[in-house]
Every structure is written in C-alpha cells, then in structure tokens.
Design a protein around this ligand. Structure first.
Ligand code: GDP
Ligand code: IMO
Ligand code: MG
Length: 427
C-alpha cells in the first residue's frame, strides 16, 4: 500500500500529528520534498517532538527515509538525531535512510536566502533556511548532494568549482563572501558528511522493493498545497512542489502504485509569511483562534495569520491532490465561537467565484462570501467519538464534508495522538 499525505492549505495543518497517528500501519515513512522549513509536531502523552527533517513516523517500528527531492541541512538533521537519542530514541542507519542524491543546504544558501529576503521590497516571508537557493542550485545542476559531503575530496572539488559564482552572488547582495570557503564551515560539513555517510541509501529502490513485497509506504508531505511552487499563490510560495503528485516524481514511484491520498485540513485556515489569505481575521476572533490554537510557527516562532474555513481554496486543493480521504484537525479550537463562518465563494469585481482565480493578485482582491453555521459551547479535547460531539460540531463536520465531496475519515480534537477518532466508527 502506498499512501500520500499532504497539507491542503498553507501548511501547519497537523501533518506531523496525523502521520504519527497512522504510522503504525506502515513499514516505511518518507519525506519527499522541502527541508527544515517544515516544522512537524508529534505529541504522545506528555512528550512533544517538534521536528523539521526526521519523518514523523519515527516513534514506531518503521524505517524513516529522506528522499532525493528534499533539500537537507545536515546540521539540523544531526541535531535532531542527537535530540531524539537523548530521549532514548536511537536513529541509527537501520532506522533512518538518506538518499545519496539529497541536495545539501550549504551555509551560503542560508546566507543568500536571508540577504535576498531582506532586500525584497515586497517580502515573501521565507523561513530563511536556504530552501529556495538550495533548489535553485538543484535545478541548475550546481547542487552539492549527500554523496558529495560524505567524501571530503569530492566536497572540496565541488566547492572549488562553485565558489566563484556563489561568492559573487553574496557580494552582489551586500553579504560577506568569505562564508563560501570558510575553512571551519567546510570542516564541519565534512565531519557531518562522514557522520551521516552510513545512512546513505537509494530511496526509490527501497520503496519500490517494499511495495513489491507487499509492504506499506507512507509519503509525508511538508508545507501545504497553496505553497506549491507551480500551483500555489506565487510568488508567496515555497520552492518545491507540495502536492500529492510530487511524491511520485520526487520518490521515483509510478503513479499507478498510489492507493490513497489523505489530505490534512485544519477546521479553519492559517498562513505564516506573506501572501493572500481571503478569509483572514484581523479582529478579536482571529486573535482568539491564534491564542487557543497556539498558532505560532514551529520553525520560526512567527504568529500565524488565522481565518475562517475557505472552501474555494479547499476545492482547488482537492483537484490538485486528488484526495481520497481527509483528516480534519483542530476542531476543538472553534469551541465557543458562535456563529462559525465558512467561506463558500468569493466576490471579485461584482462576480461570484466558487474557485480561486488563477492570478495571485486577483486572489488578494477577493472578498469572502460567508455562510454562517451555529457554534457550540464546551471543551472538545476529551471527546472520543463522533457521536459524543455536540450536535452543532457534528453539523459543522457534515456540512464541510458535503461541500468538499471527500470523506472525512479522522477528526482531531487536540494535539495529542489520543485526541483523535475515526469518524465512521466513533473511535
Ligand atoms: P504540520 O506542519 O502540519 O505538521 O503542523 P504543525 O506541527 O506545524 O502545527 C500544528 C500544531 O497544532 C502543532 O502544535 C500540533 O501539536 C497542534 N495540533 C495538531 N492537531 C491538533 C488539534 O486537533 N487540536 C489542537 N488544539 N492542536 C492540534
Ligand atoms: P510545514 O511542513 C507553513 C512558508 C514560509 C513562507 C514561504 C516560503 O510545517 O507545514 P521558504 O522558507 O519555504 O522559502 O518560505 O513558505 N512555509 C511554511 N508555512 N508551514 C510550513 O511547513 C512552511 N514551510 C514554508 O512561511 O511564507
Ligand atoms: Mg508546521
């Protein structure tokens, strides 16, 4: 079985939580795009793990893989391995694999990201983790790969070849070009390369073999659908393709192998960084959702912008991903808000649209048209099944499900693994 999970909105939908929840059913859990711009939270009992690179299936007896379509900062990965080891979770090479072709985020990528962002008149609000510049180098065939840092001579050869153009780019943006050939940094990367070398694997081969042998593979998306570099709200997007089809291309698995695509959907919407968010709430309700939902970025700590559920954007996410099922998260956060609004269409230049316009500038001008649903009172975080939910919360779920036309299979009512139930079975 090959399942793909992606975020249906602008990231931070609760992908980490849902991946952890279902990982017990999978033999391999794989990251296929993005890098440490992602921040995925897993909470089991009192233990909370906030990870940027290690796939969220690490708590189970599964093998976790980092695919060749990702961009990986080895310092961050080594830090996560160490942090988990301190808590008694060993991520040795039998547990974690890194594809030889994984692009490495170098210090100059991070420098360039920061410099470029601070010089933009209209900011993107990147995480400044060097993601965009690492992907630029990947498509320009100027990347340094996992296999390169594992071999000090190859790393040096590669750096010598790339240094002049990277140095002039940094200089042009007003930065210090010395970072490119900084001896201390090169030595550190060579050390990290040596340390991570035993983890090197061929991810595509591993996955295809596993599927051939009837084992189960889960692809864990990062970011969210509308941050997709091709189909998102450019330019306010990340630099990788975040939609489900990207898992096949990035992992080297044929589309005929996909059994299901699970969309993670927050019961409202959030966005961190710049770019249009038609249902954004800048009032007390928005601040309340932010506070109750603890909507602060896992990676940068920035406050996430919050808004009501946006059906037109969700419809587009369903088209782009071909979702076969949905997990609805953070329903508990909407308690005590009455009414609860759902954006059913937009108004743009006197026209009603039930699908987002293709142009980002037009999306920014869209005015949401709301349908109001009755809210409910009381804490949902202890609810164990659909039937236990207040009638208004049940109606909210059923109404979203009907509008989306895709079954909601999981409902999440709190950050912990246990605070989830399957909709059909009532746990
Ligand atoms: P991801 O990037 O999609 O993995 O999501 P993040 O981990 O960045 O952000 C989701 C946040 O919401 C995390 O702090 C989770 O612990 C938390 N969370 C997930 N599901 C729920 C839920 O159903 N209710 C509440 N209150 N918090 C949740
Ligand atoms: P997870 O996996 C939310 C946003 C940044 C910025 C834009 C580009 O936790 O859902 P980048 O550093 O990627 O060049 O930034 O994308 N962004 C995310 N927003 N969740 C994420 O990941 C994100 N990763 C990147 O805020 O607007
Ligand atoms: Mg996140």
């Amino acid at each position: 079985m090959f399942t793909i999970i992606t975020g249906a909105q602008f990231g931070d939908e609760g992908k980490g939580k849902v991946v952890d929840l279902i990982s017990g059913d999978y033999d391999l859990v794989v990251r296929f795009q993005g890098g440490d711009n992602a921040g995925h939270t897993v909470k089991v009992g009192d233990d909370v793990y906030k990870l940027h690179l290690v796939p969220s299936g690490f708590l189970f007896d599964t093998r976790v893989l980092i695919g060749p379509g990702t961009v990986m900062n080895p310092e961050v990965l080594a830090g996560e391995i160490d942090m988990l080891a301190e808590g008694g979770i060993e991520l040795g090479p039998e547990k974690l694999g890194i594809d030889a072709k994984t692009s490495i985020i170098m210090p100059y990528h991070i420098e360039l990201d920061g410099l470029r962002e601070s010089r933009r008149t209209e900011k993107i609000g990147t995480t400044r983790r060097g993601i965009g510049f690492a992907y630029i180098d990947k498509v320009a065939r100027d990347e340094i790969r996992m296999a390169d840092i594992a071999n000090r001579d190859r790393l040096l050869r590669r750096l010598n070849e790339l240094a002049p153009s990277r140095e002039s780019s940094i200089k042009e943006l007003g930065g210090d070009p010395g970072i490119v050939m900084d001896e201390r940094l090169i030595a550190r990367y060579a050390d990290l390369g040596k340390r991570l070398a035993p983890y090197i694997t061929d991810v595509s081969y591993e996955i295809n073999r596993a599927l051939e042998e009837g084992r189960n593979v889960l692809a864990e998306g990062a970011q969210g659908t509308h941050l997709d570099v091709i189909h998102g709200t450019q330019k306010f997007v990340t630099s990788s393709s975040t939609i489900a089809g990207s898992a096949c291309a990035n992992l080297g698995v044929g589309p005929t192998k996909v059994d299901g695509v699970l969309g993670i959907v927050k019961a409202y919407i959030t966005r961190v960084g710049e770019g249009p968010l038609p249902t954004e709430l800048t009032d007390r309700t928005g601040r309340r959702i932010q506070e109750v939902g603890k909507e602060f970025g896992t990676t940068t700590g920035r406050a996430r912008r919050c808004g009501w559920f946006d059906l037109p954007l969700l419809k587009k996410a369903i088209y782009l991903n071909g979702y076969t099922s949905i997990a609805l998260t953070k329903l508990d956060v909407l308690s005590d808000l009455d009414p609860i609004k759902v954006c059913v269409s937009y108004e743009l230049d006197g026209r009603a649209l039930d699908y987002p316009p293709e142009n980002t500038a037009d999306l920014a001008r869209c005015r949401p048209v709301y349908e109001e649903l009755p809210g409910w009172k009381g804490d949902l975080t202890g609810v164990k099944g659909f039937d236990e939910l207040p009638q208004a919360a049940q109606n909210y779920i059923l109404s979203l499900e009907k509008s989306m036309g895709v079954p909601i299979v999981y409902v999440s009512v709190g950050p912990a693994r246990a605070q989830t139930f399957r909709k059909e079975t009532g746990n």
